[in-house]
Design a protein around this ligand. Structure first.
Ligand SMILES: C[S@@+](CC[C@H](N)C(=O)[O-])C[C@H]1O[C@@H](n2cnc3c(N)ncnc32)[C@H](O)[C@@H]1O
Length: 263
């Protein structure tokens, strides 16, 4: 069985598996940027296919999209032009020669910081890249959701999708690694073209709201909003005009923080 990340190796497949035709994530991010008065220069870190970065560009912002995956960056340049796309690791990036009014980090990309050092690396890098008063806007899983709830852990979910005449089937299981505070996912892909199965292992840090507040304060950020919905991946999803909620209990977490102390 080949071990690979089928979706980030195939950005077209990623967009087919996680469609966002109305650019809900991009719209939600733009709404936050406007609501809290961000300037025009935006870094979308963990930009993936580039669709959110391109939406923000279309809304009149000057956008840099950054990702670790060359395949994603190539796709973004070809399919979602407008922003500048560069390779950077969100766990520690040095874009010191540039200054941004906001860093946007969507779809749980922040949770690829698995260790405390990596979370510190991310926040230090954001701080160094932001102009005074700059915003951090992030959307991710909520670690607190898993306290006392096992509904996402007890089931194996099976999904099917067709792409270029081939049907792909994914079987996904999730488990919590408590000591590491990681949500570990194993996903096995099979295809009806006779190719061997592909196993993909991923993990996301389980970050809790109070832990996030503490980390942000240590790094000089003031939390302006931290809530579970509505957002681009909640049910029901966020709609234009919806205000930030007041709870942080459900499975997504939405964060807006302002850099108040630079160094
Ligand atoms: C869930 S996807 C983001 C998707 C994007 N919002 C979209 O809709 O296309 C997460 C992205 O984070 C990227 N990524 C993973 N680890 C990273 C790291 N350490 N630094 C930068 N990007 C990373 C992956 O390559 C992937 O493109």
């Amino acid at each position: 069985m080949r071990n690979a990340n089928l979706l980030t190796d195939n950005p077209v497949l990623y967009e087919a598996r996680f469609p966002d035709e109305v650019r809900l994530a991009g719209r939600w991010a733009e709404d936050c940027l406007r609501r809290y008065g961000a300037g025009p220069r935006v870094l979308d870190i963990g930009c993936g296919t580039g669709r959110d970065a391109a939406y923000l560009h279309g809304a009149g912002r000057t956008v840099v999209g950054a990702d670790l995956s060359e395949a994603m960056l190539e796709h973004a340049r070809a399919h979602h032009p407008g922003p500048e796309y560069i390779r950077a690791d969100l766990r520690g990036f040095d874009l010191a020669e540039r200054s941004f009014d906001a860093v946007v980090c969507l779809d749980s990309a922040l949770l690829y910081c698995h260790t405390n050092d990596e979370l510190d690396g991310f926040l230090t890098s954001c701080r160094n890249s932001l102009a005074p008063g700059g915003l951090l806007v992030a959307e991710m899983r909520n670690g607190a959701f898993f306290l006392g709830r096992t509904e996402l852990l007890d089931t194996t979910s099976v999904n099917e999708l067709s792409w270029q005449g081939i049907t792909y089937r994914s079987t996904t299981t999730l488990r919590v690694d408590r000591a590491a505070q990681l949500l570990r996912r194993t996903r096995v892909w099979t295809a009806d073209d006779g190719s061997p199965p592909v196993e993909q292992r991923s993990a996301w840090r389980l970050v809790f709201p109070q832990e996030l507040r503490h980390l942000l304060a240590v790094h000089g950020f003031e939390v302006l909003a931290l809530y579970d919905g509505p957002g681009p991946r909640t049910e029901p999803p966020w709609r234009e005009g919806d205000l930030p909620g007041a709870t942080a209990d459900a499975d997504r977490l939405h964060l807006v923080a302002r850099l108040t102390r630079a160094h």
